[in-house]
Design a protein around this ligand. Sequence first.
Ligand code: MG
Length: 223
Amino acid sequence: MTVRRIEVRERVMEKNDQLAAEVRRRLAGHGVRALNLVSSPGSGKTLLLERTLQQLGSELRMAVVTGDVQTENDADRLAKWTDRMVHAVVTGGGCHLDARQVSAALDDLDLADVDLLFVENVGNLVCPASWDLGETAKVVVFSVTEGEDKPLKYPKMFRMAKYAVLNKVDLLPYVPFDVDKAVEYAREVNPDLEFFFTSALTGEGMESWYGFLRAQACTPAET
Ligand code: MG
């Protein structure tokens, strides 16, 4: 029997990459950098963004696109901390955001009035690694309540990311998490990964995250 190869996925990815390139051009046209936050569910992306909006809202013009499989709960949480529109994407089962959804959100945004765009991806360490959204960089968020071998288990995500946030460091005294090992594993798959160690809950380590975001907002995006 002969084998017929199905190429639908390749076509879908190709279309996505075209749209992502277009998103990247639109962002660059306005000098806006976009950070795509990726993680497993429950690592604290939404709280990290809530605190960021609260802390930097008077300095930076930040726009947010947030994705969830179901509910707009995260968008509702984020909307409390900003007067700007929060774009909620409910994927209805989809395990990642795609460039079409980000592009649609940009249609509704005045990019001339934005310094920094955050995309909070669907909580999943596999699918979002393969989907370019036109972002400037992926930021992988993980927490000390997870295994320190996450970078080895999900290497593609850690390889695709430029920055890593290790969150919930306030819980370190109570959990058997080895920070040095986690960093070592992460650098094994991506030697250039730049780390932040934070507790969005207590504020520990958040100053360096805020400093990084201020610098990002002042650096024009490249195409
Ligand atoms: Mg969330």
